[in-house]
Design a protein around this ligand. Structure first.
Ligand code: ATP
Length: 328
């Protein structure tokens, strides 16, 4: 144990995700518990450069564990990508006697933190907050569980109307580079097909599957399409294509959009965020730096940020198999 760290900053960066507030609360309360000073930075790296700081105590984070989004606001910051911008950020941190920071965000936010650590030898710790679940080294990111539950709830509702009118619905969900939301929510909601960026099923297979589905007596169908699906057509083009080639179907499109990011975090995300916040502060005062707190097999782990940002997590092929079997 070292006693070097007396004041820790916490902020959210990149896209917001449900559960970020629970993570902020956890970092602030852990600091209070350990008698460390804690400072919140508003608007991510932009707020760091601008000195948009606020001293926090245990009561500053009352009643936020249940709220979606982030009370500290999030931002994308081009200045932080420049050496001058990072120098300004460092000067602000030093002027406020801040010894370390905890960044809650995704791959980009971690890449920035790693660079900052290397340039200024400044202690940094990451907490994975993104709905995409695309960060290597952790089975779950904060916000993913809430997002897939939101998507499942929406699809359940769409299914009600789909089955009342014998319709085929294409439902677009978030996921430009990875299909974790599509695959998990698709299996959970009983989708007939799931189109993800990691696989190109091809249009023929999609048509075959829809024909089979009709033949087998299904009255309605739901196809989940991740934004980055590899077939190369967007949901509206898919609708036109299927209507042209399978006129038996009355096709509709639903783009879920930003509602997938919002909402109160699930209990799973709140608990995960609370655990990760505690571990992040503990790790910093143990003298560790440049790590992300992850969870594997229910245990918290520290993953070097360099590992975490190397690439996106791979799709779960076992779940693809389950999905294929379930659509028989
Ligand atoms: P999400 O997964 O939701 O997109 P993210 O953390 O990956 O979240 P980004 O927009 O990629 O979001 O990154 C957030 C911020 O981190 C950027 O606006 C920028 O300020 C900083 N950042 C990203 N990459 C770098 C980099 N290579 N060097 C310095 N700063 C970076």
């Amino acid at each position: 144990m070292t006693n070097k760290i007396k004041k820790i900053a916490v902020f959210t960066s990149g896209g917001d995700s449900p559960g970020m507030n629970a993570a902020i609360r956890s970092v602030v309360r852990t600091c209070a518990f350990l008698k460390l000073e804690c400072v919140a930075i508003y608007r991510g790296y932009q707020g760091m450069i601008d000195g948009d700081f606020k001293n926090m105590d245990a009561r500053s984070v009352n009643n936020i564990i249940n709220k979606g989004g982030t009370v500290l606001k999030s931002a994308r910051c081009e200045d932080f990508r420049t050496k001058e911008g990072r120098q300004k950020a460092y000067d602000q941190l030093r002027a406020n006697n801040i010894d370390a920071f905890v960044v809650i965000g995704g791959n980009g936010s971690f890449a920035g933190a790693q660079l900052f650590n290397e340039e200024f030898d400044f202690p940094v710790m990451g907490i994975p907050g993104t709905i995409d679940n695309d960060i290597i080294g952790t089975s779950f990111t904060i916000g993913f569980d809430t997002a897939i539950n939101t998507v499942v709830e929406a699809i359940d509702k769409i299914r009600d109307t789909a089955s009342s009118h014998n319709r085929l619905f294409f439902v677009e969900v978030m996921g430009r580079d990875v299909g974790h939301i599509a695959l998990n929510a698709g299996v959970g909601a009983g989708a007939e097909e799931i189109l993800i960026p990691e696989q190109n099923l091809g249009l023929e297979r999609l048509l075959d599957s829809l024909k089979r589905s009709k033949k087998s007596g299904k009255s309605s169908s739901i196809v989940i399409v991740a934004e980055g699906d590899k077939i190369g057509k967007n949901v509206f083009q898919l609708k036109e294509y299927v209507e042209e080639h399978l006129p038996i179907y009355d096709v509709r499109v639903s783009v879920l959009g930003h509602m997938q990011r919002g909402g109160n975090p699930t209990c799973f995300d709140r608990v995960l965020a609370s655990r990760m916040g505690v571990r992040a502060v503990e790790a910093l005062i143990e003298g560790k730096t440049n790590y992300m707190v992850g969870v594997r097999d229910t245990k918290l782990v520290l993953v070097p940020i360099s590992e975490a940002i190397k690439e996106h997590t791979k799709i779960n092929t076992e779940l693809i198999k389950v999905s294929d079997i379930m659509t028989t």
